[in-house]
Design a protein around this ligand. Structure first.
Ligand SMILES: [Zn+2]
Length: 404
């Protein structure tokens, strides 16, 4: 006797707290999709946003009303109609005149502080050289620097602060767990910067911050999966699929500093030879440039400058580095197979021949998937601010407006 002939009773209704959680997730997802659609396509008619997001026109109108009330979007001028026939749709666009986020990027020799508008554009930027790397002092200087930038931008309201750093950064706790080059360990960055600015603070690793910047404002818009390879003094990577950045336990994903690079000769602090970070760091580039008489410098842009001035040794050093970066990119492509690989490296960002050398090393059809950073002159400022902008675009109605 088959038991399935009697209709099974309806499943019990989910408890109220589960329904509320599901509803709140759905609201957040809808709000995020609508605001990002306005960011990418604005000025854009609400009906177009409804079509692009698959949400109902009524729902889009409702969310747009709330965004407008918060000052995140505004009505854009009506498009001109050649014949004046039919009622045109009043488009909406981001209101990029009111709000900013603060961005802090802590690098080895200096901190970059910046203000970014809602389009991820740098409104103001300042570089603060470290006076020692004691964390309390570095972060106090950063907060003070942000305060000075805000004082110089009257009429702009800060929504929050994003802090990006290399090394091992735990986003959930807002902590730099370990940054060997700075000598930082378990530094409670969110608390320290929050206490000094009075603003909500978000903290993330800079490779992940830049992957989000590329997704929201750069070349990786629309890519289903994107890998960001950051090659500075720190070398690390971040990977996102369908807008979700991979974190791993305590945000440890992306640590590639000690991957071995075939053909590498540079001794590493870990005791081995040819680790990615030792081989590719800007310190190594500058040391080689000094040893070969290119420039007496610790600034990789001086090597790029010498190459632009026609110094063949500088060109060779940059091309060699670009090929090694290509080898690293090929390795990561093999493992993760992303649609797009974004590389942040000074030579590749500024020189066509370096990009070509990198792509040649990657080889085949995959080479075209590798693109240089969308932010060649502002990567550090954009990295910091994007940590906060990513939070805003993920949950536009969950971000309280700035201090009143
Ligand atoms: Zn190593």
């Amino acid at each position: 006797m088959p038991r399935s002939l009697t209709p099974s009773p309806p499943p019990p209704a989910a408890p109220a707290h589960v329904r509320r959680a599901v509803d709140s997730d759905r609201r957040r997802t809808s709000a995020s999709a609508i605001l990002r659609s306005v960011l990418e396509h604005g000025p854009v008619a609400r009906s177009t946003v409804a079509r692009l997001t698959g949400l109902s026109p009524a729902s889009v109108t409702d969310y747009c009303g709330r965004f407008a009330a918060l000052g995140l979007i505004r009505e854009a001028p009506l498009p001109r109609r050649p014949n004046g026939v039919g009622r045109p749709h009043q488009p909406v666009d981001l209101d990029d005149s009111r709000f900013v986020v603060g961005g802090v990027h802590v690098a080895v020799p200096y901190t970059t502080v910046a203000l970014l508008d809602l389009r991820g554009r740098v409104v103001a930027e300042r570089r603060l050289r470290h006076d020692g790397t004691e964390p309390g002092r570095v972060l106090a200087n950063a907060a003070e620097g942000l305060g000075a930038l805000l004082a110089g931008a009257p009429g702009r309201t800060p929504l929050g602060v994003g802090v990006a750093a290399g090394g091992w950064v735990d986003r959930d706790s807002g902590t730099v767990v370990e940054h060997p080059l700075l000598g930082w360990r378990d530094v409670a960055v969110r608390e320290a910067v929050g206490a000094r600015t009075g603003l909500p603070v978000h903290v993330d690793g800079h490779a992940r911050a830049l992957v989000n910047a590329e997704r929201l404002f750069g070349r990786a818009r629309g890519s289903r999966s994107v890998l960001h390879l950051f090659v500075g003094n720190v070398v690390d990577a971040a990977f996102a699929t369908h807008d979700e950045v991979h974190y791993g336990p305590r945000s440890q994903a992306g640590a590639i500093a000690h991957l071995p690079l075939a053909g590498g000769t540079e001794p590493c602090g870990c005791g081995r030879t040819g680790c990615l970070q030792a081989e590719l760091s800007e310190r190594t580039l500058c040391r080689r440039a000094r040893a070969e008489g290119v420039a007496d410098t610790v600034n990789p842009m001086h090597v790029v400058g010498a190459a632009a001035g026609g110094d063949p040794v500088a060109v060779r050093l940059l091309l060699e580095r670009a090929r090694l970066v290509g080898r690293a990119a090929a390795l990561l492509l093999d493992v993760l197979n992303p649609d797009t690989v974004v590389v942040t490296e000074v030579g590749v960002a500024h020189r066509e021949d370096c990009l070509a050398a990198l792509r040649e090393e990657v080889g085949g059809e995959r080479a075209a998937a590798v693109v240089p950073t969308s932010f060649p002159d502002s990567a550090l400022a954009v990295a910091g601010g994007s940590v906060a902008l990513d939070v805003l675009y993920r949950d536009p109605l969950g971000t309280p407006p700035g201090p009143t």
